[in-house]
Design a protein around this ligand. Structure first.
Ligand SMILES: *Cc1c(COP(=O)(O)O)cnc(C)c1O
Length: 382
Protein backbone atom coordinates (compact mmCIF):
# COMPACT_ATOMS: atom_id res chain seq x y z
CA UNK A 1 0.00 0.00 0.00
CA UNK A 2 2.79 2.36 0.94
CA UNK A 3 4.59 1.69 -2.34
CA UNK A 4 1.52 2.53 -4.33
CA UNK A 5 0.83 5.80 -2.55
CA UNK A 6 4.46 6.93 -3.05
CA UNK A 7 4.37 6.57 -6.83
CA UNK A 8 5.42 9.87 -8.42
CA UNK A 9 2.36 11.54 -9.88
CA UNK A 10 3.90 14.98 -10.26
CA UNK A 11 7.68 15.17 -10.76
CA UNK A 12 9.59 18.30 -9.81
CA UNK A 13 10.64 19.05 -13.39
CA UNK A 14 9.97 17.77 -16.92
CA UNK A 15 11.95 19.23 -19.82
CA UNK A 16 9.71 20.76 -22.49
CA UNK A 17 9.85 19.49 -26.08
CA UNK A 18 8.67 21.69 -28.94
CA UNK A 19 8.67 18.83 -31.46
CA UNK A 20 11.12 20.58 -33.81
CA UNK A 21 14.33 19.61 -31.99
CA UNK A 22 14.80 16.33 -33.85
CA UNK A 23 14.06 17.91 -37.24
CA UNK A 24 16.70 20.62 -36.71
CA UNK A 25 19.23 18.08 -35.47
CA UNK A 26 18.55 15.87 -38.49
CA UNK A 27 19.11 18.79 -40.85
CA UNK A 28 22.36 19.59 -39.04
CA UNK A 29 23.54 16.00 -39.27
CA UNK A 30 22.65 15.84 -42.97
CA UNK A 31 24.50 19.07 -43.70
CA UNK A 32 27.69 17.32 -42.65
CA UNK A 33 28.81 19.94 -40.13
CA UNK A 34 28.12 19.02 -36.54
CA UNK A 35 31.22 20.46 -34.86
CA UNK A 36 30.63 23.75 -33.05
CA UNK A 37 30.41 27.37 -34.23
CA UNK A 38 28.48 26.46 -37.38
CA UNK A 39 25.18 27.56 -38.86
CA UNK A 40 22.97 26.71 -35.87
CA UNK A 41 25.37 28.31 -33.40
CA UNK A 42 25.30 31.49 -35.48
CA UNK A 43 21.51 31.32 -35.64
CA UNK A 44 20.94 30.79 -31.94
CA UNK A 45 23.38 33.57 -31.13
CA UNK A 46 21.73 36.10 -33.41
CA UNK A 47 18.27 35.06 -32.21
CA UNK A 48 19.27 35.52 -28.56
CA UNK A 49 21.17 38.76 -29.20
CA UNK A 50 18.30 40.35 -31.16
CA UNK A 51 15.59 39.18 -28.82
CA UNK A 52 17.18 40.87 -25.80
CA UNK A 53 19.12 43.56 -27.62
CA UNK A 54 22.48 42.43 -26.21
CA UNK A 55 25.71 43.85 -27.61
CA UNK A 56 27.42 40.47 -28.17
CA UNK A 57 26.70 36.87 -27.16
CA UNK A 58 28.57 33.56 -27.39
CA UNK A 59 26.86 30.16 -27.10
CA UNK A 60 28.78 28.04 -24.59
CA UNK A 61 28.95 24.42 -23.43
CA UNK A 62 27.40 25.37 -20.07
CA UNK A 63 26.69 28.41 -17.93
CA UNK A 64 29.46 27.12 -15.67
CA UNK A 65 31.87 27.53 -18.60
CA UNK A 66 30.50 30.98 -19.47
CA UNK A 67 31.24 31.98 -15.87
CA UNK A 68 34.74 30.48 -16.16
CA UNK A 69 35.28 32.57 -19.28
CA UNK A 70 34.47 35.70 -17.28
CA UNK A 71 37.23 34.79 -14.81
CA UNK A 72 39.67 34.47 -17.73
CA UNK A 73 38.47 37.69 -19.37
CA UNK A 74 38.99 39.70 -16.17
CA UNK A 75 42.45 38.11 -15.72
CA UNK A 76 41.41 37.15 -12.20
CA UNK A 77 44.52 35.97 -10.30
CA UNK A 78 45.58 34.71 -6.89
CA UNK A 79 44.85 37.31 -4.22
CA UNK A 80 41.96 38.93 -6.06
CA UNK A 81 38.70 39.04 -4.15
CA UNK A 82 35.26 38.39 -5.65
CA UNK A 83 32.04 39.24 -3.81
CA UNK A 84 28.97 37.02 -4.32
CA UNK A 85 26.03 35.62 -2.34
CA UNK A 86 26.61 32.47 -0.31
CA UNK A 87 23.18 31.23 -1.35
CA UNK A 88 24.07 30.17 -4.89
CA UNK A 89 25.18 27.26 -7.04
CA UNK A 90 28.81 26.09 -6.77
CA UNK A 91 29.60 27.22 -10.33
CA UNK A 92 29.28 30.89 -9.39
CA UNK A 93 32.20 30.44 -7.00
CA UNK A 94 34.21 27.75 -8.84
CA UNK A 95 34.68 30.03 -11.85
CA UNK A 96 36.89 32.31 -9.73
CA UNK A 97 38.32 29.70 -7.33
CA UNK A 98 39.81 28.06 -10.45
CA UNK A 99 41.74 31.30 -11.07
CA UNK A 100 43.03 31.36 -7.48
CA UNK A 101 40.74 34.13 -6.28
CA UNK A 102 39.38 34.50 -2.77
CA UNK A 103 35.59 34.39 -2.55
CA UNK A 104 33.97 36.83 -0.14
CA UNK A 105 30.44 35.69 0.54
CA UNK A 106 27.66 38.19 1.23
CA UNK A 107 24.33 37.51 2.87
CA UNK A 108 20.99 37.33 1.11
CA UNK A 109 18.42 40.02 1.75
CA UNK A 110 15.50 39.47 4.13
CA UNK A 111 12.83 39.49 1.42
CA UNK A 112 14.33 37.10 -1.14
CA UNK A 113 17.51 35.01 -1.57
CA UNK A 114 19.29 37.62 -3.74
CA UNK A 115 22.43 39.39 -2.51
CA UNK A 116 21.76 42.20 -0.02
CA UNK A 117 23.22 45.29 -1.73
CA UNK A 118 23.52 47.15 1.59
CA UNK A 119 26.22 44.64 2.63
CA UNK A 120 28.43 44.91 -0.40
CA UNK A 121 30.26 48.14 0.34
CA UNK A 122 31.53 46.87 3.71
CA UNK A 123 33.17 43.90 1.97
CA UNK A 124 35.14 45.93 -0.59
CA UNK A 125 38.88 46.52 -0.18
CA UNK A 126 41.81 47.21 -2.53
CA UNK A 127 41.91 43.52 -3.59
CA UNK A 128 38.27 43.41 -4.68
CA UNK A 129 37.87 42.91 -8.44
CA UNK A 130 34.25 42.00 -9.07
CA UNK A 131 30.73 41.62 -7.70
CA UNK A 132 28.70 38.64 -8.92
CA UNK A 133 24.96 39.06 -8.29
CA UNK A 134 22.84 35.94 -8.86
CA UNK A 135 19.24 36.46 -9.95
CA UNK A 136 17.74 33.65 -7.89
CA UNK A 137 14.58 32.10 -9.35
CA UNK A 138 14.86 34.62 -12.19
CA UNK A 139 14.04 37.44 -9.76
CA UNK A 140 16.07 40.59 -10.35
CA UNK A 141 18.80 41.70 -7.95
CA UNK A 142 18.80 45.43 -7.27
CA UNK A 143 21.00 46.15 -10.25
CA UNK A 144 20.87 49.93 -10.01
CA UNK A 145 22.39 49.93 -6.52
CA UNK A 146 24.89 47.22 -7.42
CA UNK A 147 26.10 49.05 -10.54
CA UNK A 148 26.38 52.28 -8.58
CA UNK A 149 28.65 50.63 -5.98
CA UNK A 150 30.70 48.94 -8.72
CA UNK A 151 31.20 52.25 -10.54
CA UNK A 152 32.15 54.05 -7.34
CA UNK A 153 34.94 51.51 -6.60
CA UNK A 154 35.81 50.73 -10.22
CA UNK A 155 34.79 47.06 -9.97
CA UNK A 156 33.46 44.67 -12.59
CA UNK A 157 29.96 43.21 -12.33
CA UNK A 158 29.22 39.73 -13.65
CA UNK A 159 25.58 38.66 -13.54
CA UNK A 160 24.93 35.00 -12.88
CA UNK A 161 21.74 35.08 -14.95
CA UNK A 162 21.59 31.27 -15.22
CA UNK A 163 17.92 31.23 -14.18
CA UNK A 164 16.97 34.63 -15.53
CA UNK A 165 16.10 34.34 -19.23
CA UNK A 166 13.30 36.80 -20.10
CA UNK A 167 13.33 38.53 -16.69
CA UNK A 168 13.38 42.32 -16.56
CA UNK A 169 14.52 45.09 -14.25
CA UNK A 170 13.29 48.61 -14.97
CA UNK A 171 12.22 47.45 -18.41
CA UNK A 172 15.61 46.05 -19.37
CA UNK A 173 16.41 42.33 -19.62
CA UNK A 174 18.53 40.78 -16.89
CA UNK A 175 21.93 39.83 -18.23
CA UNK A 176 22.20 43.28 -19.77
CA UNK A 177 23.46 45.18 -16.72
CA UNK A 178 26.84 43.74 -15.74
CA UNK A 179 30.01 44.04 -17.82
CA UNK A 180 29.55 40.31 -18.51
CA UNK A 181 26.71 37.85 -17.82
CA UNK A 182 25.99 34.15 -18.09
CA UNK A 183 22.77 32.24 -18.86
CA UNK A 184 22.13 28.50 -18.57
CA UNK A 185 20.24 26.07 -20.81
CA UNK A 186 20.59 23.12 -18.45
CA UNK A 187 17.68 20.68 -18.57
CA UNK A 188 16.12 22.33 -15.50
CA UNK A 189 15.97 25.86 -16.95
CA UNK A 190 13.05 27.51 -18.83
CA UNK A 191 14.53 26.61 -22.22
CA UNK A 192 17.16 23.95 -22.57
CA UNK A 193 19.79 22.29 -24.71
CA UNK A 194 20.30 19.50 -22.17
CA UNK A 195 23.53 21.28 -21.31
CA UNK A 196 24.34 24.73 -22.65
CA UNK A 197 25.00 28.34 -21.73
CA UNK A 198 25.39 31.83 -23.13
CA UNK A 199 28.05 34.40 -22.36
CA UNK A 200 26.77 37.97 -22.71
CA UNK A 201 29.33 40.69 -23.36
CA UNK A 202 27.92 44.09 -22.51
CA UNK A 203 31.29 45.85 -22.31
CA UNK A 204 32.76 45.82 -25.85
CA UNK A 205 36.35 45.90 -24.56
CA UNK A 206 35.91 42.12 -24.11
CA UNK A 207 34.48 41.36 -27.58
CA UNK A 208 37.61 40.15 -29.37
CA UNK A 209 39.29 38.34 -26.52
CA UNK A 210 36.07 36.51 -25.55
CA UNK A 211 35.97 34.96 -29.03
CA UNK A 212 39.63 33.95 -28.82
CA UNK A 213 39.20 32.30 -25.41
CA UNK A 214 36.07 30.57 -26.76
CA UNK A 215 38.12 29.24 -29.73
CA UNK A 216 40.87 27.56 -27.66
CA UNK A 217 43.03 30.69 -27.58
CA UNK A 218 43.13 31.06 -31.37
CA UNK A 219 41.85 33.73 -33.77
CA UNK A 220 39.93 31.09 -35.75
CA UNK A 221 36.67 33.09 -35.52
CA UNK A 222 38.23 35.94 -37.53
CA UNK A 223 39.71 33.37 -39.94
CA UNK A 224 36.21 31.89 -40.49
CA UNK A 225 34.95 35.40 -41.28
CA UNK A 226 37.60 35.66 -43.97
CA UNK A 227 39.50 38.37 -42.10
CA UNK A 228 42.69 36.26 -41.88
CA UNK A 229 44.33 33.83 -44.28
CA UNK A 230 45.12 31.39 -41.45
CA UNK A 231 44.61 31.22 -37.72
CA UNK A 232 47.16 31.25 -34.93
CA UNK A 233 47.48 30.56 -31.24
CA UNK A 234 47.40 34.01 -29.64
CA UNK A 235 46.11 33.62 -26.05
CA UNK A 236 44.91 31.08 -23.49
CA UNK A 237 41.53 29.45 -24.03
CA UNK A 238 39.58 26.23 -24.27
CA UNK A 239 36.73 24.65 -26.20
CA UNK A 240 33.93 26.68 -24.75
CA UNK A 241 31.32 26.02 -27.45
CA UNK A 242 29.09 22.96 -27.87
CA UNK A 243 28.45 20.94 -31.02
CA UNK A 244 25.86 22.00 -33.58
CA UNK A 245 23.55 19.30 -32.22
CA UNK A 246 23.09 21.32 -29.01
CA UNK A 247 22.66 24.54 -30.98
CA UNK A 248 19.98 22.93 -33.19
CA UNK A 249 18.10 21.67 -30.14
CA UNK A 250 18.27 25.06 -28.43
CA UNK A 251 17.13 26.94 -31.53
CA UNK A 252 13.91 24.91 -31.57
CA UNK A 253 13.36 25.85 -27.93
CA UNK A 254 14.26 29.51 -28.37
CA UNK A 255 11.71 29.87 -31.18
CA UNK A 256 9.01 28.82 -28.68
CA UNK A 257 10.16 31.07 -25.86
CA UNK A 258 7.03 33.24 -25.83
CA UNK A 259 4.70 30.27 -25.69
CA UNK A 260 6.75 28.65 -22.91
CA UNK A 261 6.88 31.85 -20.89
CA UNK A 262 3.18 32.55 -21.22
CA UNK A 263 2.34 29.13 -19.82
CA UNK A 264 4.92 29.25 -17.03
CA UNK A 265 3.73 32.68 -15.92
CA UNK A 266 0.16 31.44 -15.76
CA UNK A 267 1.25 28.48 -13.59
CA UNK A 268 3.36 30.74 -11.36
CA UNK A 269 0.47 33.14 -10.80
CA UNK A 270 -1.84 30.24 -9.94
CA UNK A 271 0.61 29.13 -7.24
CA UNK A 272 0.99 32.67 -5.95
CA UNK A 273 -2.74 33.35 -5.70
CA UNK A 274 -3.59 30.00 -4.14
CA UNK A 275 -0.78 30.15 -1.59
CA UNK A 276 -1.08 33.81 -0.67
CA UNK A 277 -3.05 32.77 2.41
CA UNK A 278 0.17 31.22 3.81
CA UNK A 279 1.67 34.69 3.94
CA UNK A 280 -1.53 36.19 5.35
CA UNK A 281 -1.52 33.57 8.08
CA UNK A 282 2.17 34.16 8.69
CA UNK A 283 3.21 30.53 8.24
CA UNK A 284 5.41 31.04 5.16
CA UNK A 285 6.71 33.69 2.77
CA UNK A 286 6.15 33.69 -0.98
CA UNK A 287 8.67 34.96 -3.57
CA UNK A 288 9.17 38.72 -3.36
CA UNK A 289 9.58 40.41 -6.74
CA UNK A 290 10.85 43.99 -6.32
CA UNK A 291 8.93 46.87 -7.86
CA UNK A 292 9.88 47.82 -11.44
CA UNK A 293 10.92 44.26 -12.20
CA UNK A 294 9.27 41.28 -13.88
CA UNK A 295 10.09 37.66 -13.09
CA UNK A 296 10.23 34.80 -15.58
CA UNK A 297 8.41 32.08 -13.62
CA UNK A 298 11.57 30.00 -13.55
CA UNK A 299 10.70 28.53 -10.18
CA UNK A 300 8.02 28.66 -7.52
CA UNK A 301 9.31 28.47 -3.99
CA UNK A 302 7.93 28.93 -0.49
CA UNK A 303 10.03 29.94 2.52
CA UNK A 304 8.76 28.29 5.71
CA UNK A 305 9.16 30.03 9.06
CA UNK A 306 10.29 26.91 10.82
CA UNK A 307 13.10 24.68 9.47
CA UNK A 308 11.63 21.76 11.45
CA UNK A 309 8.61 21.80 9.14
CA UNK A 310 10.44 21.35 5.87
CA UNK A 311 11.40 17.66 5.85
CA UNK A 312 7.98 16.56 7.13
CA UNK A 313 6.29 18.70 4.43
CA UNK A 314 8.50 17.20 1.70
CA UNK A 315 7.68 13.68 2.99
CA UNK A 316 3.97 14.46 3.27
CA UNK A 317 3.88 15.62 -0.34
CA UNK A 318 6.04 12.70 -1.48
CA UNK A 319 3.50 10.37 0.11
CA UNK A 320 0.87 11.93 -2.15
CA UNK A 321 3.07 11.53 -5.24
CA UNK A 322 4.19 15.17 -5.41
CA UNK A 323 7.93 15.77 -5.70
CA UNK A 324 9.32 18.89 -4.02
CA UNK A 325 12.91 19.76 -3.21
CA UNK A 326 14.94 22.16 -1.10
CA UNK A 327 17.77 24.10 -2.69
CA UNK A 328 21.23 25.59 -2.16
CA UNK A 329 23.10 25.03 1.07
CA UNK A 330 25.08 28.17 2.00
CA UNK A 331 28.46 27.85 0.30
CA UNK A 332 30.28 29.45 3.25
CA UNK A 333 29.26 26.40 5.31
CA UNK A 334 30.13 23.81 2.59
CA UNK A 335 32.73 21.09 3.27
CA UNK A 336 34.96 22.64 0.59
CA UNK A 337 34.80 26.23 1.79
CA UNK A 338 33.98 26.32 5.50
CA UNK A 339 37.65 26.52 6.57
CA UNK A 340 38.30 29.38 4.13
CA UNK A 341 35.36 31.47 5.29
CA UNK A 342 36.18 34.46 7.46
CA UNK A 343 33.66 33.50 10.13
CA UNK A 344 30.99 36.14 9.46
CA UNK A 345 27.47 34.93 10.14
CA UNK A 346 25.19 34.99 7.09
CA UNK A 347 21.85 34.33 8.75
CA UNK A 348 19.55 34.99 5.80
CA UNK A 349 21.54 32.71 3.52
CA UNK A 350 21.27 29.99 6.16
CA UNK A 351 17.57 30.70 6.60
CA UNK A 352 16.92 30.09 2.89
CA UNK A 353 19.14 26.99 3.00
CA UNK A 354 17.06 25.58 5.85
CA UNK A 355 13.55 26.81 5.06
CA UNK A 356 13.09 27.15 1.30
CA UNK A 357 11.15 24.51 -0.62
CA UNK A 358 10.63 24.41 -4.40
CA UNK A 359 7.34 23.20 -5.85
CA UNK A 360 6.90 21.43 -9.21
CA UNK A 361 7.16 23.80 -12.19
CA UNK A 362 7.25 22.76 -15.84
CA UNK A 363 5.46 23.53 -19.08
CA UNK A 364 3.10 20.55 -19.11
CA UNK A 365 2.02 20.98 -15.49
CA UNK A 366 -1.69 21.73 -15.41
CA UNK A 367 -3.57 24.35 -13.40
CA UNK A 368 -5.73 21.59 -11.82
CA UNK A 369 -2.57 19.84 -10.66
CA UNK A 370 -1.36 23.08 -9.04
CA UNK A 371 -4.72 23.40 -7.29
CA UNK A 372 -4.19 19.95 -5.85
CA UNK A 373 -0.56 20.63 -4.84
CA UNK A 374 -1.60 23.88 -3.12
CA UNK A 375 -4.45 22.25 -1.25
CA UNK A 376 -2.05 19.58 0.06
CA UNK A 377 0.51 22.22 1.09
CA UNK A 378 -2.20 24.21 2.87
CA UNK A 379 -3.61 21.16 4.55
CA UNK A 380 -0.18 20.50 6.01
CA UNK A 381 0.74 24.06 6.98
CA UNK A 382 -2.54 25.68 8.04
C1 LIG B 1 21.97 26.30 -13.38
C2 LIG B 1 22.85 27.29 -12.71
C3 LIG B 1 24.23 27.39 -12.98
C4 LIG B 1 24.96 26.41 -13.83
O1 LIG B 1 24.47 26.27 -15.10
P1 LIG B 1 25.03 25.08 -16.01
O2 LIG B 1 24.54 25.47 -17.37
O3 LIG B 1 24.44 23.82 -15.50
O4 LIG B 1 26.51 25.10 -15.94
C5 LIG B 1 24.94 28.41 -12.39
N1 LIG B 1 24.38 29.28 -11.56
C6 LIG B 1 23.07 29.21 -11.24
C7 LIG B 1 22.48 30.23 -10.32
C8 LIG B 1 22.27 28.20 -11.79
O5 LIG B 1 20.97 28.12 -11.46
Amino acid sequence: MKEKSEKVKIPFNKPFLTGREIRYIKQGVKSGQIAGNGKYTQQIQSHFKNRFNFQKVLFTTTCTHALEMTGLLLNVKAGDEIIMPSFTFVSTANAFILRGAKIVFADSNPRNPNIDPSQIEGLINEKTRAIVPVHYAGIACEMEKIMEIANKYDLFVIEDAAQAIDSYYKGRPLGGFGHLSAFSFHETKNITAGEGGMLIINDPQFNDRAEVIWEKGTNRADFLRGKLSRYDWIDIGSTYYPSEISAAYLLAQMEELDKIQQKRKKLWKTYFDLLFCLEENNVARLPYIPPDSAGNAHMFYVVLNDPQERDPLISWLKGKGITTVFHYQSLHRSPFFKDQHDGRELPFSDHYSDCLIRLPMYYTLRVEQIRWICSEVKQFLL
